[in-house]
Design a protein around this ligand. Structure first.
Ligand SMILES: [Zn+2]
Length: 310
């Protein structure tokens, strides 16, 4: 009898123990599945769409050029406003504008945008320098963020045609189509429609003048950087002839030209030059840029363009 009672107790304990173990197993499994749910949420977040960039066109794959994320990084670094009000830290208070230097010059860059344009924009920002980019339409798809950055950082974007063809060999409608197509692409990329035109090869022949009513802007200093492909030689060529009101022709598709531009920024800045856009150059010279006008150089800064006396 006593033995049977002891046996029953043992069996009862075994049942209670087994039930407790089973309950613990169920609880452990529940907490594991919650953990994997949380991990799933993290994965989902990581694959959620990235914030839109300032560019409205989808960027096509391009390995050598800055991605929208690169632009986002630059925009954050420079406290530019971003969609959704993202800001890394509050924008610093506006500083007093720097006093104007005695001379000014317009650096212009043709045939881009290209793989070295981002590096050039970094250098221009370092010197608070503004430049003018005469871009080619066929180079815009995939590089929209570079154009958006140019516009956001105060540079001027001009039109250098779509395909860099020699206009004088083409009909009027084909010439104006090249300019219109590129203007459309620029406007879609950065919201600004270019007005200034630099015909490929500086072609100011009659068919070009007849086909286009936009202001045609050439240059007054040509170091032939595309031929020299040597930064020091390009710098020497520019420094040997540059003066107040000049328009300098360079090409940001060559790394040596970008290197030269970065050296020129330092040298010319030390010599008292401000770096302005083509439109600013003519505005400060008191020469309005007009339809059907042709421009190579601006005169010295006019009274109207001089800083106001206190
Ligand atoms: Zn060109």
């Amino acid at each position: 009898m006593l033995y049977q009672r002891l046996q029953r107790k043992r069996i009862l304990r075994l049942v209670v123990f087994t039930a407790a173990v089973a309950l613990l197993c169920v609880l452990a499994q529940l907490s594991l599945s919650q953990g994997s749910l949380a991990a799933g949420a993290v994965l989902f977040e990581a694959s959620a769409p990235q914030p839109e960039t300032l560019c409205t066109l989808p960027a096509s794959p391009s390995q050598a050029l800055p991605s929208p994320q690169d632009f986002l990084h630059h925009a954050l670094a420079r406290n530019l406003s971003l969609p959704g009000g993202q800001q890394e830290e509050p924008a610093p208070q506006q500083e007093e504008p720097a006093p104007q230097k005695p001379f000014r010059i317009a650096l212009t860059f043709d045939d881009g945008p290209g793989p070295y344009t981002g590096r050039l924009l970094d250098g221009l920002a370092q010197y608070n320098a503004k430049a003018t980019f005469f871009v080619l339409g066929y180079r815009i798809p995939g590089n929209e963020t570079l154009l958006a950055r140019m516009a956001a950082e105060g540079h001027e974007i001009g039109n250098h045609s779509y395909s860099h063809s020699l206009f004088q060999t083409m009909g009027q409608s084909a010439i104006s189509a090249e300019i219109r197509q590129t203007a459309d692409l620029v406007e879609t990329a950065c919201g600004v429609r270019p007005w200034l035109v630099r015909p490929p090869y500086g072609d100011l022949s009659s068919p070009v003048k007849e086909a286009l009513s936009e202001p045609l802007v050439l240059w007054s200093v040509d170091p032939e950087d595309w031929k020299l492909r040597n930064a020091d030689a390009v710098v020497r060529a520019v420094m040997s002839c540059v003066s107040d009101g000049d328009i300098v022709l360079l090409h940001d598709i060559h790394p040596t030209s970008v290197d030269a531009a970065l050296i020129l920024l330092e040298r010319l800045s030390q010599q008292g030059y401000d770096f302005v856009t083509v439109s600013e150059l003519f505005a400060q010279a008191g020469t309005p840029v007009e339809q059907n006008g042709h421009y190579r150089q601006a005169g010295p800064r006019s009274e109207a363009g001089l800083p106001q006396q206190p």
